[in-house]
Structures are given as C-alpha cells and as structure tokens.
Design a protein around this ligand. Sequence first.
Ligand code: TXA
Ligand code: MG
Length: 342
Amino acid sequence: MIKKPMLSASSSNELSQLHQARIGEAADIVRAGGTVAFPTETVYGLGADVSNPAAIEKIYTIKQRPTDHPLIVHIGDISQLSYWAENIPESAWTLAHHFWPGPLTLVLQRSSRILDCVTGGQPTVGLRMPAHPTALALLNALGPEKALAAPSANRFGRISPTTAEHVQQELGSNVDLILDGGACEVGLESTIISFHDRLPQILRPGGITASSLETALQGPFILASANPVVRTSGSLSSHYAPVTPLQIHSTELIGRHASALGAQHLRVMVMTWSKIDVTPFCTHASVKFHSMPADPILYGRQLYATLRQFDQAGFDYLLAEAPPDHSDWLAIADRLQRASNH
Ligand code: TXA
Ligand code: MG
C-alpha cells in the first residue's frame, strides 16, 4: 500500500474539507485491510477493521505485541454496544450513557461477531466510544456495522503517543496512514472497567476518575488487583516505560537523591509538581529540574510528551516527585509506577 504523508487538522473542532477527504481515504484503507493511526482524546490509536483477521494480525506485528493481549474495539455510537457485546449489565449502560463519547472502556461478554484474534481468545471484549471528532468521523465513515480494533499506537511496553509526530517516531512507515488531530486532550489511556459477577471494577485507572465513576453509579468502586487470568498488558508491572531509568521519590527526599546522582556526574532530570524549593540541591550542573502542573488533569495531559522528550534528551536518570495520595491522581501514580519498573 502507498505510504501517505501525515495530515494536519485545523485546531478548530470543525473538520476541514481536506481533513474529511483524508478521513475518507483512511476509511478506504481500513476497508481494504490496512492500518490507520488516528487521534483519540486519550492517546493515538493504531486501528484496523475488527472483522478482518489479516488486518488484526498487522496490528500485533507492527506493535510487536504478544497476540494473547486483547485489543480495545472502538465504536462510533452507543447503540452499537449491543452489536459487539452481550448480556450487558445495567450499570454498563449507565456508564456508557454517562461517559461516552469519552475515556472509558467497558469490558463485556463478547458477541459472536467478535473474532478470537481480537480478544486473545478471551470471552470478553473491551469497547469504547472515543471523544475525538476525527476518530468519530472515521468510525462514521466506516458505517454502523464496522468498528476499529485499536491499541495505543506505540511499540509494546513503550510510552503511548499523544501527538501524530510521536506515532511517526514510534511506528514510522509501518502504518499505512497517520491522521493528525493535534495533541490529545486527556493524554493518558482510558479507564477500563470490567463487570465480574456484574459488579463494576477498575482494571486500569485512566481518563475518568474513580470519584466520577462513583458519582455516576452512586456506589463505591473496586480497584481490581492484577488478575492473572485476564491478560491486560496495561496491568503488567513494567509498561508505558521510557528507556531512561525512572525513579519515584517523595517530596522530602527527591532533592537529596538528585544531588547524590549529580555528585557522580550523572545527568539527571527531576520532575516536580509541588512548589518545593529545589535550589539547595542544584549544586551540580548535570542536575536539571522541570516543573509539572499541580493539577492532575494538566499533569496527565503533559506526562507522556514530557517523558518522551526527556527520554530522547540523553539523561542517565529521570526522577519524578511522588504524586499526591488522592484518587484524582490514581492514573498518574499508576503510569509513573509502571514506567519506573525496568
Ligand atoms: O485510551 C485507550 O484506551 C487507548 C485508545 C487508543 O483508545 N487504547 C489503549 O489500548 O490504551 P491498549 O491496547 O494500548 O491498551 C488496552 C488495554 C490493554 O491492557 C488490554 O490488555 C486491555 O485494554 N484489554 C482489552 N480488552 C480486554 C479484555 N477483554 N479484558 C481485559 N482487558 C482488556
Ligand atoms: Mg497501550
């Protein structure tokens, strides 16, 4: 298939005619069994026709991902939920109506239309309706009986891309088309909910906070511990990882750790979110500091792009200040933890 250049979208929500034409091209590529990287509000996805086993195989090959790790299926409308899933609990409908389109993935009993290769043979399927005009336009162009199987558009275990340039760096010409929809607004992957015994539990914290879920369902949520039966790659202890070793340290100790590394002439980047005074620890020229937002939404939006930037800058260590112990920071704490497990 001919490799096409990336397409830039205008910053407005209105899709330009040119962009719409390219979305049409992307839909043609998907119908023909190719792969398309597309923006969502969380991270960029690497999409292919969910009903085409050869296209699904391409996703696993491009990502270098083990084939028993299931893919999320992206749909263009809530009404398509019952086309791809069965035996849907009432609470799943409530969450879908409340948060879709949005950064929430529902793991449900799969319908017979879902192929084994999409779910790694598991009886469930992860479904999500993304909130990005380009993603929705692509899904609508494909029609109501098509859906996009799409993991994040990065190589397995690496940081998810939040811009089209990141996708280009990660996957290059292996993907048939990259649609550029600007920087992702959420910046972290979707929250994944499963319904074990019809009770909702969080498999992966993400773009929707536990407190918003509790408000929507008027009840507490269980944060599932890693389930050895279900292969959730985002639940592997090492994932979303930069190449540079990353350490997490408390607000009190991070400066001292940075200093100790600097004394060994190691190049260190320290990411803080609080307004701690780090100047006493800045005695070594090889230690740099970067201030992240103290707001979890803004921090989450910037995290992957920042990690990627510092990863490419050739530091010996990245040090992150431990995030606040508050449920709104759960997804950030989770990603930093996995990024630090080398
Ligand atoms: O925000 C997101 O969710 C992004 C965008 C592109 O939608 N997608 C994403 O996909 O993060 P991926 O493949 O990188 O991560 C999806 C996670 C994986 O850890 C996968 O194992 C899990 O979802 N998953 C998918 N289907 C599942 C299922 N049936 N049961 C349990 N986990 C599932
Ligand atoms: Mg991923």
